[in-house]
Design a protein. Structure first.
Length: 338
């Protein structure tokens, strides 16, 4: 059974007298920074000269260069994209870390793969919300919470986990639950979803569209049935309230039988080999090396894949359904009954 921490397990006074420096005022940086400030934490922001910096200033934060924020902060939150962190850390953060400081990440990637190697005297912790930044903020404002993972990778102070839990509470995560984890586990969970689960869902959705349109079905009807109706969202909600299999009881008997009787057919030996290959590439570091080489080359493969994806006929179907998409999006985002 996982160890889960709640508000009662965190000590807010662990942050008293300490300055938290947010490095990167993007989706997570903005949400976590605002939540911590509302929780009474002393927060400063380190950001490059861009629109995010202007937004942080407009929202009342003390905004400094990344290097100066790292120098002034006792706790540095690295909330830049994974691919930007090693260079920024090496040039602007590492020179200003001293024994007793805390380096916090929201992703295990760069520590797990050794792309960032903090000094021995610094606590290294993980506070990783399992939620997009916008929802991190909105749920906090509503008085609700969200799950996150916490871990202590280096603990020379002996209080690294105490700091992690205090930060988790300050952003609102312990209202729901902070799961004790590790940098390795967070990385595997994240990458395996991105390289096995979601690609599988993407490919199945595209095959659904292609086979039905080839059988003479109208592309707009297929697109609407596939996801535009919002049924995906409702099924996901039902999984939360009724359970992964329990939500099947909300479907017709025909649907229940079709899903349960054909599930194994959709996982042939070839697919299982591909699943194993994805896990091997993640665990061996092969994907991390491939992704680093892709970045150094200027992202040619990623750009090619984007162009290929946008040429799919379902993209044209989406464009023709733009008014309906806007209406459905408003319903879902506003959480209004249909």
């Amino acid at each position: 059974m996982a160890t889960v921490y709640h508000d009662r397990d965190a000590e807010p006074n662990a942050l008293e007298g300490r300055t938290v420096g947010i490095v990167g005022y993007g989706n997570q940086g903005r949400a976590q920074g605002r939540n911590m400030r509302d929780s009474g934490v002393n927060v400063i922001v380190g950001n490059a000269e861009d629109a995010y910096r202007s937004q942080a200033i407009a929202e009342g934060f003390t905004v400094l260069s990344i290097a100066e924020a790292a120098r002034q902060a006792d706790i540095v939150l690295m909330l830049l994209p994974d691919e930007l962190q090693p260079a920024v850390y090496g040039d602007q953060v590492a020179p200003h870390l001293s024994p007793g400081d805390v380096l916090c990440f929201a992703s295990g990637y760069n520590i797990h793969y050794g792309r960032i190697a903090p000094p021995d005297g610094v606590d290294v912790i993980l506070v990783a919300p399992r939620m997009i930044g916008q929802a991190v903020r909105n749920l906090y404002v509503k008085g609700a919470g969200f799950p996150c993972l916490v871990a202590a990778h280096q603990d020379p102070s002996g209080s690294a986990m105490k700091t992690a839990l205090a930060l988790a509470r300050a952003i609102g995560a312990t209202r729901f639950g902070a799961f004790e984890s590790s940098f390795r586990e967070e990385t595997l969970i994240d990458l395996f979803a991105e390289q096995m689960l979601w690609p599988g869902i993407v490919k199945l959705c595209l095959l659904y569209f292609e086979k039905l349109t080839a059988a003479g079905c109208d592309p707009e009807v297929v697109t609407t049935e596939l996801y535009l109706s919002g049924e995906f969202v409702e099924i996901a909600r039902a999984m939360i309230t009724e359970g992964f299999f329990g939500q099947l009881k909300l479907h017709s008997h025909t649907s229940q039988y079709g899903q349960l009787s054909r599930a194994d057919r959709m996982a042939p030996p070839g697919l299982l080999k591909a699943v194993d290959a994805a896990m091997e590439e993640i665990q061996s570091g092969a994907f991390a090396r491939e992704w680093a080489a892709e970045q150094e080359a200027g992202l040619p493969a990623l750009n090619r894949l984007w162009q290929q994806a946008l040429r799919h006929p379902m993209t044209d179907s989406e464009k023709r359904l733009a008014p309906l998409r806007e209406m459905i999006a408003a319903w879902i985002l506003d959480d209004q009954p249909r």
